[in-house]
Design a protein around this ligand. Structure first.
Ligand code: ADP
Length: 417
């Protein structure tokens, strides 16, 4: 305790009535009081506040007062702090149990408000209750057994919770797969019929369709259905990847061509965004055995993200190198960047950093949101090829724009004839 400060007392108690009463009594006797409402927050508060004395309620839900005391005893700076147990419904052996767990004293509840200040003063000035060695070893055995039983029941609870979560996760995956399959058929029909309308001779002749006219409406429906198609395809793809059912049609594939195709499909996206896309040295890379259309999807996803997360006027560069039988193809942008702690999570399905309340489904707009599937699909496809995908970035800064570099590593060694 520092002499220039009034003693600080931490009171760990889950009962609001007791917290109010005890803290009033202590404050009116000149003590500083900090409160914690359960065992875990008691540990955190004790570490942060380094109190001069801890009053510890024993019967709390979650971690009980004995367990919190034992934990506090191993915390730096708290090894010697007086900890005084408070228990209601006193039972034989409570005092011994409290001292065995690491408490220095024991006050039964209900608290006698007249004697509390005197008791606190005594503990602050070094008074400690004692326990004989034989009693300590007796209660220690009982305490260790109780801890082992608690641990066992917690492990069982966790296993059950984990099983329930896995079941929920499977239900969600099954629902996504089913919903996507159900949507697939009507979308294919609308898509097909709209295409027929667009190739219809009379409508085709309308170079500049009249706004609101049949040709204009057909084009709008086609573009909306196209987008819907992409969303459903993403959902179907992620279902296949999750259930390890992704099938690869392997042919000798040039990375340069695949990236060019992805860019060709993407170019209307970046229109009006004043972004430059540059390819460097990809034509020097050896061809690899890969599923061309799946790989095109990987680079399309990475490039469309680069477009989305790079402000107007930015640069996107795709370059590559071969080292030790591995191709390293890098999609680099001058965009907002990604925080270090998010860099592995963004590859998880449905993981989006942006607030989904502000979700915009535009694929071209700066920071236009998606469903959080692009990168997990990319990872699934790359891993199915025996490769690896990762990102490096100095962090996220929407003003400074440190950029991101996505690396796609693909094995070449076993692909050569
Ligand atoms: P979405 O389709 O929603 O963009 P992704 O799986 O493709 O989902 O990306 C997940 C998250 O990773 C995005 O919400 C975004 O926050 C972040 N991200 C992806 N690519 C980039 C990038 N090039 N620059 C900055 N952040 C990115």
């Amino acid at each position: 305790m520092q002499s220039d400060q009034t003693p600080k007392i931490l009171y760990v108690e889950d009962d609001p009535g007791s917290r109010t009463l005890v803290s009033r009594v202590l404050r009116s006797n000149g003590y500083q009081v900090v409160l914690a409402t359960d065992g875990l927050s008691g540990i955190r508060t004790a570490i942060a506040e380094q109190p001069d004395l801890v009053l510890m309620d024993i019967n709390m839900g979650g971690l009980d007062g004995y367990e919190v005391t034992t934990r506090l005893r191993s915390m730096p700076g708290l090894e010697k702090t007086p900890i005084v147990a408070l228990t209601a419904n006193t039972m034989a052996g409570d005092r011994e149990r409290a001292l065995t767990a690491g408490c220095d004293g024991y006050i039964p509840k209900p608290i006698d408000v007249d004697s509390l200040p005197r008791q606190v003063r005594a503990y602050l000035s070094g008074w400690r209750e004692q326990l004989s060695e034989s009693q300590r070893s007796l209660y220690l055995e009982e305490y260790s057994r109780k801890l082992a039983e608690r641990l066992e029941s917690k492990v069982i609870e966790l296993e059950e919770a984990n099983r329930a979560l896995q079941k929920l996760d499977k239900m969600k995956s099954d629902f996504i797969a089913l919903a996507a399959h159900e949507l697939r058929t009507p979308i294919t029909l609308v898509y097909g019929y709209t295409r027929l309308l667009l190739v219809n001779d009379t409508l085709k002749q309308e170079e500049q369709p009249t706004p609101g006219g049949l040709a204009d409406l057909s084009r709008r429906i086609f573009s909306a259905v196209n987008r819907l198609n992409e969303v459903v395809n993403d959902l179907l793809n992620i279902s296949l990847i999750e259930s390890n059912q992704i099938e690869l049609d392997l042919t000798l594939t040039s990375i340069d061509e695949v990236v060019q195709e992805a860019i060709a499909e993407l170019s209307p996206l970046g229109e009006g965004r004043d972004l430059s896309i540059e390819l460097v040295g990809l034509d020097d890379l050896p061809p690899i055995k890969a599923d061309r259309s799946q790989l095109r999807q990987v680079f399309w996803n990475l490039l469309s993200n680069a477009v989305k997360y790079t402000p107007d006027g930015g640069r996107i560069r795709v370059w590559g190198r071969e080292t030790n039988g591995t191709l390293d193809v890098i999609v680099e942008d001058t965009g907002i960047g990604i925080e270090a702690e998010e860099q592995s999570r963004i590859f998880d399905r449905f993981y989006v950093l942006e607030d989904t309340n502000y979700h915009r489904s535009s694929k071209t707009a700066f920071m236009g949101g998606g469903m959080g599937l692009g990168l997990s699909i990319a990872r699934g496809i790359v891993e199915a090829h025996g490769g690896h995908i990762w990102v490096e970035s100095e962090g996220r800064d929407e003003r400074r724009c440190p950029g991101s570099r996505f690396h796609v590593l693909l094995p070449v060694s076993n692909n050569r004839p």
